[in-house]
Design a binder for this molecule. Structure first.
Ligand code: PLP
Length: 395
């Protein structure tokens, strides 16, 4: 139940990738038959991703994952050696792939004096309000980057409205849709036509780790991160990861079919059953950011008085994997930057966990979670109370 950290390959994805390791292993840039087989597979995958996103195949750039896509979007639009003074707006709730890239740009801007970055806040539900973006825009704002759905709470951001505001202010708009793709419909020629750049990651949608996509709207000039061959129409140099790209294409095809059916409603019902049962059955338990539209698979819950790391370890020993904050944060003592940005008191942020399901999660999995979570919470609270009693007695 840590699917926002990563997901397993679907069998169909594995099967689609299989021939491209040892049989059709050509370099997609080679002119011979093996190369052309690989090229054909890459282009079919590009079409499948374009269908999932409602964009043109030529607008799909394959990368090594969400982190690279985010960096390519920010550094590609805001070259650190830009002669003009440029302004970037992003938010305090972004994944570190955007947050740290923006901080790196800000640090270079501080030296060169040409890039300024504003981190706009979210509200108490973890949503970035359009009026806040509007107020932060400057005449030289070149890019606005706001994630599609938050990885820790699942909160879906008002991307249509935010992109419209960015464009009206003369800025480009990027969205990190790593946690939204194949969980929410994304139509880049429909209501999302004002989005210029959008990031995806294969391993969050049942494709392999180490492959991703940056959607780059037609006509947008992007400075590449890497210098090398003219792959991906000169937007991303380096021999294509053909098996990974084929896997991502298959996952996109399966994701589109799943979205067209009743998968979202079923997964949301499973998530809702789990969180409602926990909230109703455990005192001092509630949902962080539960009052807004969320991705169908994610819940972020607090258990007052319980250390989230201790709960994570206790559940891990019983075979249930969850997360305290984001995966990259686990092990660090710092509470989640997203929960603190939402204004949660430190003690509550430290008592919060993320549970994220996938389309492979079953009713039985949820039943098991509902058996072990309340018991672990009760045990940890009892231990905490006993420790408190001992230390009071010692004083
Ligand atoms: N953006 C978000 C919202 C994420 O959740 C993640 C991964 O957790 C990333 C970006 C990074 O993606 P990748 O692991 O493919 O580099």
């Amino acid at each position: 139940m840590d699917s926002n950290a990563t997901t397993p390959l679907l069998p169909e994805v594995m099967e689609a990738m299989q021939p491209f390791w040892m049989e059709q292993y050509g370099n997609a840039s080679s002119a011979h038959r093996q190369g052309q087989q690989a090229r054909g597979a890459v282009e079919r995958a590009r079409m499948a991703v374009a269908t999932l996103l409602g964009c043109k195949a030529a607008e799909v750039v394959f990368t090594s994952g969400g982190t690279e896509s985010d960096n390519l979007a920010l550094f590609g639009v805001l070259p650190p050696d830009s002669p003009e003074k440029i302004h970037l707006i992003t938010t305090t709730i972004e994944h570190h792939a955007v947050l740290h890239a923006a901080e790196a740009l800000a640090a270079r801007g501080a030296v060169n004096g040409n890039i300024e970055v504003t981190f706009i806040p979210c509200n108490a539900q973890g949503v970035v309000e359009p009026a806040v973006l509007q107020a932060a825009l400057r005449p030289n704002t070149k890019l606005v980057s706001v994630m599609f759905a938050n990885n820790e709470t699942g909160a879906v951001q008002p991307v249509v409205e935010l992109a419209r505001i960015a464009h009206a202010g003369g800025a480009l708009f990027h969205s990190d849709a790593v946690q939204a793709a194949a969980k929410l419909p994304i139509d880049l020629t429909g209501e999302l036509h004002e989005v210029d750049l959008l990031s995806l990651s294969g391993h969050k949608m049942h494709a392999p780790q180490g492959v991703g996509v940056l959607f780059v709207c037609q006509g947008l000039k992007l400075a590449p991160l890497f210098h090398g061959g003219s792959h991906e129409r000169q937007r991303r140099a380096g021999t294509e990861n053909v098996p990974g790209i084929v896997g991502l294409g298959k996952a996109a095809e399966l994701g589109a079919a799943w979205l067209a059916g009743d998968g979202v409603a079923k997964l949301a019902a499973l998530r809702d059953r789990m969180e409602q049962t926990l909230v109703a059955g455990i005192a001092g338990c509630g949902i962080n950011g539960g009052g807004v539209a969320r991705t169908c698979n994610t819940t972020n819950l607090y258990f007052d008085g319980v250390d989230a790391e201790a709960l994570l370890i206790s559940l891990d020993l019983q075979g249930l994997a969850i997360s305290a904050g984001s995966a990259c944060q686990s092990g660090a003592a710092e509470p989640s930057h997203v929960l603190t940005a939402m204004g949660l008191p430190l003690a509550r942020a430290r008592a919060s966990v993320r549970i994220s399901l996938s389309k492979l999660t079953t009713d039985e999995d949820v039943d098991y979670a509902l058996e072990v979570i309340p018991a672990a919470v009760a045990r940890l609270r009892k231990m905490g109370a006993a420790r408190g009693a001992v230390s009071i007695a010692a004083v």
